[in-house]
Design a protein around this ligand. Structure first.
Ligand code: NAD
Length: 262
């Protein structure tokens, strides 16, 4: 199995990408610490892992809290003896996040606290645990908006994901000779609750799909497969990468649906 004898901590594991990754990592032999603020969803993820014969433990932590982040890492080491895979995946997309003129400071602050500071705190407490284990893999969930600008603005979300990508590159360099790899997963638009709540009409969904060469939204399990690759030794020479899994979105200038190719 691709992750046998590994211990993985996944934030945002109550739903979407985090849950899909928790199930897939466990299926591939990892013991999984599932972290979230949604206790019902988090416990459900763990129950699903036990149903498929794996090992997991749920831990409630707000990734924006220093205490929470420290305690989730301590829990992993206490429960399973070590930590080698850290998937900083929890994130929020707030409805009131728009352009620079209209976005309230409170929306900016909370988005940064969860999406950017949360990843920093995960690394602050998680990387020393990876060092204690002799090395490992960190995966930070960024987004295609860390690479491309959008005309439908979510200024705080976009800035937070740009920060995640920049921070990932620097961490990768700093820890490259410690057997610790750090990569950013950059998903395209996905058919998860987060985005479907935001694109709440068929018209908005079709408008977004114009930009995706494959003409469909990605699925959480497709992100989980990419995360599994980054977590496993199969990606042993990959660090500091912006790993786009986006149906061709960031490669496209004009997509097959658009009338002109000028
Ligand atoms: P999701 O809403 O299904 O999952 C996010 C999870 O994070 C939820 O379970 C939520 O409870 C948890 N969470 C939120 N705030 C938290 C906090 N402070 N502490 C701990 N847990 C917290 O969404 P998803 O699509 O699976 O998103 C996962 C990641 O992928 C996010 O970082 C998101 O920004 C990113 N992403 C999503 C898309 C998309 O289209 N859905 C695209 C690009 C990137």
């Amino acid at each position: 199995m691709r992750l046998s004898d590994r211990v993985a901590l996944i934030t945002g594991a109550a739903s979407g990408i985090g849950r899909a990754a928790a199930l897939l990592f466990a299926e591939n032999g990892a013991a999984v610490v599932a972290v979230d603020v949604d206790d019902t969803g988090g416990e459900e993820t763990v129950a699903l892992i036990y149903q498929q014969g794996g090992h997991a433990s749920y831990f409630h932590a707000d990734v924006a809290s220093s205490d929470g982040s420290q305690q989730m890492v301590e829990h992993a080491e206490k429960k399973f003896g070590k930590l080698q895979i850290l998937f900083n995946n929890a994130g929020i997309m707030l409805g009131e996040d728009a352009d620079a003129i209209t976005t309230e400071e409170a929306i900016w602050d909370r988005t940064m606290e969860v999406n950017l500071k949360g990843v920093f705190l995960g690394c602050k407490y998680g990387i020393p645990a990876l060092q204690r284990a002799g090395g490992g893999s960190v995966i930070n969930t960024a987004s295609f908006v860390a690479i491309l600008g959008a005309a439908t603005p979510q200024i705080a979300y976009t800035a937070s994901k740009g920060g995640v990508l920049a921070m990932t590159r620097e961490l990768a360099i700093i820890h490259a000779r410690q057997n610790i790899r750090v990569n950013a997963l950059c998903p395209g638009p996905l058919k998860t609750k987060m985005l479907m709540d935001y694109l709440d009409t068929e018209e908005k969904r079709q408008r977004r799909l114009v930009h995706v060469p494959m003409g469909r939204f990605g699925e959480a399990h497709e992100m989980a497969q990419a995360a599994l690759f980054l977590a496993s030794d199969e990606s042993s020479y990959i660090t500091g990468a912006d790993f786009s899994v986006d149906g061709g979105l960031t490669a496209a200038y004009v997509t097959p649906d658009e009338p002109t190719a000028l």
